[in-house]
Design a protein around this ligand. Structure first.
Ligand code: NBP
Length: 473
């Protein structure tokens, strides 16, 4: 009998996805460039379900029922193109190639168009949740044609995480929509992690709490509106003691954050789309700053503030409110980017559904996402989450504390780029007038770039070098 689906690329992610499929009763063909991985999978986990191991691409393709569903789980970039080129000639019209790797959505659009020409479906699929998620239920964000989702959806929904019985998997939209949404998911993840890191730093250096005490604070927060996977693991990491030295684990780790690139892609794409994702950008830059060891060493002796204010009473509660409000901003910016991408590429993405499928399986899974779903259910065209009734009220109530935290950070010289940029974004949106009017005046002065007026239609230019009269441009 034939396999219902196949997975090629059996490193951690592919192996666990294949096991997840098999455990759900789907016979799964398995293949890897280096055959040892295929053998190891069948030897170690063969009793979990029906695996159909294949030594060659030809054998692999022949073992799949039609239309064929072939999942690629290899390193993103050139390896993905190489594998597509290896398998596509062996497939027949109507067959589906699913790329579950972390591809850039522009690559996915290119590949989808090329394979469509050859009569094949190409389904760029964002998969979040790491290796544990792949095995026990990830959040799955498939792009590609609606037709391909009919054949793939039931299988993917079967192996996805479930929240209240709802699978964390939905057809996001055509071609690169799935990988685009996965990219923004990762961008939001960067922002969320940075805000949590700043919370820790402030509790430690403004309030003087120990890592173990801060772990307790995070545990408490995890029983409230901030309840999420990231808050939960933060408490675990902070409570951990290094076995070798007996010191807090967080004190023996080199303070230089690394990145694989999806945060950077989010910001690059946002710049192209003209979407202000300042919180995500600050998070990417914060990692970048941390990694510039030479720069930091050179600047270490620069003067800081003399004052040593300690806001102990109520400070942890203030930080909770700053974290909550900044987090709303980060999500508002990320969802704005998805909306802009959807309009640019004609994807017609349902924003409420994105919040729904991120409630489980993925790294940013959180109680909070139910609220975002509700916001888009109440008004699918809401211009920003910040003006949704619930969030407007909650952030409004948090803003005094948020301002105190940003002020404290500035006074003590503790960097809080995430908190402060989120607050600046909030205040920018709220402002009756922005100094952009002055910027326009400067642009008109040095470059005759023209400006619009508040009281009349049209474009205008002031003759700055002449009698300074105004002309219509
Ligand atoms: P890796 O990204 O480490 O890729 C290793 C796999 O790619 C192996 O199966 C390897 O085969 C295969 N491969 C390479 Br490299 N070049 C190949 C080529 N030219 N032809 C055929 N196969 C080739 O694996 P991973 O960490 O399991 O991740 C898989 C994908 O999932 C990546 O795109 C990753 O970004 C994405 N992802 C990972 C995570 C995570 O938490 N790790 C989460 C979400 C998404 P070999 O065994 O013969 O060397």
């Amino acid at each position: 009998s034939k396999a219902r689906i196949g997975v090629t690329g059996l490193a951690v992610m592919g192996r666990n996805l294949a096991r997840n499929l098999a455990r759900h009763g789907h016979p799964v063909a398995v293949h890897n460039r280096t055959e040892a991985r295929t053998k190891a999978l069948v030897t170690e986990f063969g009793d979990e379900g029906t695996f159909v191991p294949a030594e060659t691409p030809e054998e692999f393709v022949a073992s799949l029922e039609r239309p064929r569903r072939l999942v690629i789980m290899v390193k993103a970039g050139a390896p993905t193109d190489a594998v597509i080129e290896e398998f596509a000639p062996l497939l027949e019209p109507g067959d589906m190639i699913v790329d579950g790797g972390n591809a850039h959505f522009a690559d996915t659009r290119r590949r989808e168009a090329a394979l469509r020409e050859r009569g094949l479906h190409f389904v760029g699929t964002g998969i979040s949740g790491g290796e544990e998620g792949a095995l026990h239920g990830p959040s799955i964000m498939p792009g590609g044609s609606a037709e391909s989702y009919e054949a793939l959806g039931p299988l993917l929904e079967d192996i996805a995480a479930k929240v209240d019985g709802t699978p964390c998997c939905v057809h996001v939209g055509p071609d690169g929509a799935g990988h685009f949404v996965k990219m923004v998911h990762n961008g939001i993840e960067y922002a969320d992690m940075q805000l949590i890191a700043e919370s820790y730093d402030l509790l430690r250096h403004a309030a003087g709490l120990s890592p173990a005490e801060i772990a307790e604070v995070f545990r408490t927060w995890n029983t409230g509106r901030l309840e999420s996977y990231l808050i939960e693991i933060t408490a675990e990491v902070l409570a951990h003691t290094d076995a070798a030295t007996g010191r807090p684990f967080v004190d023996v780790v080199l303070d230089q954050a690394e990145q694989k690139g999806t945060g950077r892609w989010t910001v690059q794409t946002a710049l192209d789309l003209g979407v202000p994702v300042s919180g995500i950008a600050e998070a990417v830059f914060a990692r970048s700053v941390s990694g510039h060891a030479d720069l930091r060493r050179a600047a270490r002796g620069l003067p800081g503030p003399q004052n040593d204010v300690r806001y102990l009473s109520g400070f942890a509660d203030d930080v909770e409110q700053a974290l909550y409000a900044s987090k709303v901003v980060a999500y508002a910016q990320g969802f704005h980017q998805i909306q802009a991408g959807s309009e640019e590429y004609g994807w017609n993405i349902d924003l409420g559904q994105m919040a729904t499928i991120w409630r489980g399986g993925c790294i940013i899974r959180a109680r909070f996402l139910d609220r975002i779903r509700a916001a888009y259910e109440a008004d699918p065209r809401t211009p920003t989450l910040l003006t949704d009734d619930h969030f407007a009220e909650a952030v409004g109530a948090a803003q005094d504390a948020w301002r105190r935290v940003v002020t404290t950070a500035a006074q003590l010289g503790i960097p809080a780029p995430g908190f402060s940029s989120a607050l600046a974004y909030y205040d920018s949106l709220r402002a009756e007038r922005l100094p952009a009017a002055l910027t326009q005046g400067q642009r008109d002065f040095f470059g005759a770039h023209t400006y619009r007026r508040v009281d009349r239609e049209g474009s205008f230019h002031t003759l700055w070098g002449g009698d300074r009269s105004e002309v219509e441009a």
